[in-house]
Design a protein around this ligand. Structure first.
Ligand code: PXP
Length: 250
């Protein structure tokens, strides 16, 4: 069976927040993704609220009919929001103030008590808990011991290695396939501990194939590349519609 796809729609909110206006609507985006067959919607409520806002989560909770996965830092503030809005799943992610995007997995082993405590409270509220970690044996063990039901393996390193066309050859290709092996091994370890395995970060139409072939991975969270593609798939129609509006005058 193929893995499920949750579409991360943060970047639709990024465009909206660039103007602090009402469009593009992330609610419309969520509905279109669901109608296209996405299995779920993922959003990241960042502490600096640079894209998704608290109110978005509240409305998405009412509108999303598939699966709402909210990524958040393991803080008291975020925990309170999750307990209030009750998404289907919470993915705990690391966050540092000046990062452009999430920079690798959460250090569960190094923050064990805090993370375990947050996991317990989320689970007690009936929320499914995933933890975003690097494909590392110690972190997988720690996520399991903290009570997570799922891990999401961070594919940032693989994504970096497959970014340029040059990476498809020679040493680049070898490094990318070594990283795939690391992810495969981590997936098998996690599954043997009873964890559900997801993966995400930097995945593209070009690099997803090798990961999709790992049968332990049952869910992907993909955002930037899909929204980037959507801009080009829709751009000529958008220009045509504006020309029509101009030609119609008054
Ligand atoms: N999974 C996690 C935990 C993330 O933090 C992100 C980025 O917000 C994604 C998946 C999606 O990454 P991308 O936008 O690069 O597809």
């Amino acid at each position: 069976m193929s893995a499920k796809l949750n579409v991360n729609i943060d970047h639709v909110a990024t465009i909206r927040e660039a103007r602090k206006t009402i469009e593009p609507s992330i609610i419309t985006a969520a509905v279109i993704c669901e109608q296209a067959g996405a299995h779920g919607i993922t959003v990241h409520l960042r502490q600096d609220r640079r894209h998704i806002q608290d109110r978005d989560i509240e409305i998405l909770r009412e509108v999303v009919t598939t699966y709402l996965n909210v990524e958040m830092a393991a803080t008291e503030e975020m925990l309170a929001i999750a307990l209030k809005t009750k998404p289907d799943a919470v993915s705990l992610v690391p966050e540092s103030p000046n990062e452009i995007t999430t920079e690798g997995g959460l250090n569960v082993a190094g923050n064990f008590e805090n993370i375990k405590n947050v996991v317990e409270k989320l689970k007690a509220a009936g929320i499914f808990v995933s933890i975003f970690i690097d494909p590392d044996a110690e972190q997988i063990e720690a996520a399991h011991n903290a009570g997570a039901q799922q891990i999401e393996l961070c594919t940032a390193e693989y994504a970096e290695l497959t970014l340029s066309a040059r990476a498809a050859h020679g040493e680049g290709a070898q490094k990318a396939s070594a990283e795939i092996e690391r992810i495969k091994k981590a997936s098998a370890q996690a599954k043997s501990l009873g964890l559900i395995v997801a993966a995400g970060h930097g995945l593209t139409y070009r690099n997803i194939g090798a990961l999709a072939a790992i049968e332990e991975i049952t869910e992907f969270n993909i955002g930037h590349n899909i929204i980037s593609r959507a801009v080009f798939v829709g751009l000529s129609r958008a220009v045509e519609e504006m020309l029509t509006a101009i030609h119609q005058k008054g």
